[in-house]
Design a protein around this ligand. Structure first.
Ligand SMILES: NC(=O)c1ccc[n+]([C@@H]2O[C@H](COP(=O)([O-])OP(=O)(O)OC[C@H]3O[C@@H](n4cnc5c(N)ncnc54)[C@H](OP(=O)(O)O)[C@@H]3O)[C@@H](O)[C@H]2O)c1
Length: 203
């Protein structure tokens, strides 16, 4: 049968590539971190490879690096990113090459290229910058479940938000206000309180 040049193979890229990644070779302090050129495999069944545009740094990175959360080493750090799909594996129907995607809580995002299960990705709308999408995923999901599943905030709610100028804090303040609630905020300095106030003004 003649080969159709326009038809991609089951996996649209079977050649391993190398790319830089922030690897934890052994648990320890920040001096344990290593920027490593490593081989990135073609995505397997149900997986996609993403060109990472932005990767979020979170407290959990420290716990994982130190071994408080005991992930077997070596591993690539980072649990939050947004980027563009550059290869898809077999059986992936709802994500395509070129899609802008984001994810949270899947290890390996501090890398130029990363492979994730397709069903762990969410699409990034065209009018949302990839850096904003990456920054909003983990802290955004955290703030969202706190004001919905943990406690359904509404117009009758008054919520005390500590560390309101932090990442989770600023998002919490905005979501509580958006749901009609009242916020009482604390922060470590007058400047930080102003940061929390401006988060509300920009929504
Ligand atoms: N990022 C997530 O998705 C996520 C998920 C689950 C839980 N958490 C937890 O939520 C908390 C806030 O996370 P975040 O991502 O919003 O962090 P962040 O942006 O770095 O904000 C942390 C805030 O905590 C306060 N703080 C108090 N003691 C501190 C210290 N020793 N070092 C640094 N900051 C200190 C600071 O505010 P003040 O100076 O105003 O006190 C700071 O603004 C963390 O405990 C984190 O583990 C985060």
């Amino acid at each position: 049968m003649p080969t159709d040049q326009t038809t991609p193979p089951a996996s649209s890229d079977v050649t391993p590539q190398t790319a830089r990644a922030l690897v934890v070779p052994r648990h320890g302090g920040s001096d344990a971190l290593s920027v490593t050129d490593r081989e990135i495999p073609a995505p397997g069944p149900g997986e996609v490879r993403v060109q990472v545009a932005a990767s979020g740094v979170n407290f959990i990175d420290v716990y994982q690096r130190e071994g408080v959360y005991p992930i077997p080493t070596p591993f690539t750090l980072g649990v939050e990113m947004a980027g563009t799909v550059e290869a898809v594996g077999e059986g992936v129907d709802d994500v395509q090459v070129g899609d802008r995607v984001a994810q949270a809580m899947n290890l390996g995002s501090h890398a130029e290229l990363a492979v994730f299960a397709a069903d762990r990705l969410v699409p990034v709308p065209d009018d949302v910058d990839l850096e904003v999408a990456a920054a909003a995923m983990l802290q955004g999901c955290t703030a969202h479940f706190l004001v919905t599943d943990t406690f359904p905030v509404g117009p009758d709610t008054t919520a005390l938000v500590h560390a309101a100028a932090g990442g989770v804090g600023q998002l919490l303040v905005q979501l509580i206000k958006a749901q009609g609630g009242t916020v009482v905020a604390t922060a470590g300095s007058p400047d930080k309180l102003e940061t929390a106030r401006s988060a509300v003004r920009t929504t």
